[in-house]
Design a protein around this ligand. Structure first.
Ligand SMILES: *Cc1c(COP(=O)(O)O)cnc(C)c1O
Length: 373
């Protein structure tokens, strides 16, 4: 007598149906639409956004691009390293105020005086809480004719972005920040000029896990009936759901909600008596608000205290001062309630540390924004 088949508890994750190839094709189109793609290819990359960025750097390097790279956090510095290692020549500019936004005039002068073929930059910085002036920077790049690479991982859903209107050539998208999606899959929107800026090393015919050109060969340029490699079933279903939620809210409404949170929190931090890190609301991230604690305050102690209240406050990452703190208003947190709670937690921790802050004025400032959407 044979053994009975073992009974297994059904699991929504382990027993998820496979993700159809036709659905992957449609999903790429939907992602492109959310960021204003019109005629560009949208490549879904089986790996987190940092993998997509490395793939772009690798193939820009192989093409021996001469890149002006704007580094406003550790992501730009990493991009510099990957480009160099793979054969690009790179000049990296950092803002005068480390961790701040980049000055377009500096970029204009560098492109005029240098001999560059490409410009790379991060749009929104979740690490520090700033946004670079993308529209102006891309207009400058367009006038000088260089190909452009935009890391929009921390800006989709949080800042307005229209790939076609901006004239961006390669845009890297991550669903795990402003779209509140999964972190193990990402996308690259890339047009003719973007593809032409990449190169595969001579004789390389194998499958690389960090190659956009391989994904083009094995998916984009095929009849798209077979997903190359082993499909990331769970990540793709999660991405599909995250995109559906963004579509249901409306991509513009989602951006408005994040921008409202950014503007209102920036004002509320000032009303509290603290200094926001971004110089103005326009250069403040829609995902997080960076702020500086008063001199002499122990940041670790404040963050321990606010964590006890369940607040979403964390230390800034990368080239920011040691008293930099981020208040997270990403996704579902981009709403009045979570932000009030975080401001209250911050105010309570500072009061206990002997710092005078004005929580009533802070909440009044937050209340002035239009939260009706
Ligand atoms: C988060 C982020 C990335 C990539 O993040 P992973 O989650 O590690 O893939 C890249 N660039 C920027 C600007 C980011 O904020």
């Amino acid at each position: 007598m044979s053994n009975p088949a073992p009974t297994r508890r059904w699991s929504p994750v382990l027993d998820a149906p496979s993700f159809p190839a036709s659905r992957l094709d449609a999903l790429a189109t939907r992602i492109g639409r959310l960021v204003g793609a019109d005629g560009q290819d949208t490549v879904i990359v089986p790996g987190e956004a940092i993998v997509a960025l490395e793939a772009v750097a690798l193939e820009l390097g192989h093409k021996r691009q001469r890149v002006l790279n704007l580094a406003t956090s550790h992501y730009g510095l990493l991009f510099d390293e990957w480009l160099r290692r793979n054969g690009a020549s790179v000049t990296t500019i950092e803002p005068t105020r480390r961790g701040g936004a980049i000055d377009p005039a500096v970029v204009e002068a560098a492109l005029r005086d240098g001999d560059f073929t490409a410009l790379s930059l991060v749009h929104g910085e979740g690490a520090t809480g700033i946004v670079n002036p993308l529209k102006r920077l891309l207009a400058i790049a367009s006038a000088s004719g260089v190909v452009t690479l935009v890391d929009a991982v921390a800006s989709v859903g949080a800042e307005p972005i229209d790939v076609t209107a901006l004239g961006a050539d390669i845009v890297v998208v991550g669903p795990q920040k402003g779209w509140a999606g999964p972190s193990g899959v990402s996308a690259v929107v890339i047009g003719e000029r973007g593809w032409a800026a990449l190169e595969r090393p001579a004789g390389a015919t194998s499958l690389s896990s960090v190659s956009l050109l391989d994904l083009r060969r094995d998916w984009i340029d095929t009849d798209r009936t077979v997903i190359p490699g082993t499909p990331l079933t769970l990540e793709l279903w999660a991405l599909d759901e995250a995109v559906s939620r963004v579509e249901a809210e409306g991509p513009d409404a989602l951006v408005t909600r994040h921008r409202t949170a950014a503007g209102a929190t920036w004002q509320a931090i000032r009303a509290l008596g603290l200094e926001p890190w971004a110089a103005d609301v326009a250069s403040a991230s829609g995902l997080v608000t960076g702020l500086l604690l008063p001199d002499g305050v122990d940041r670790a102690a404040i963050l321990t205290a606010t964590a006890r209240y369940g607040a979403a406050l964390t230390a800034g990452v990368g080239p920011v001062p040691a008293n930099h703190v981020r208040l997270n208003h990403t996704g579902a947190r981009a709403a009045f309630g979570p932000i009030v709670a975080d401001l209250a937690a911050l105010a309570s921790a500072l009061t206990a540390a002997g710092v005078r802050v004005d929580i009533a004025a802070s909440i009044a400032a937050l209340s002035e924004a239009d939260w009706s959407h």
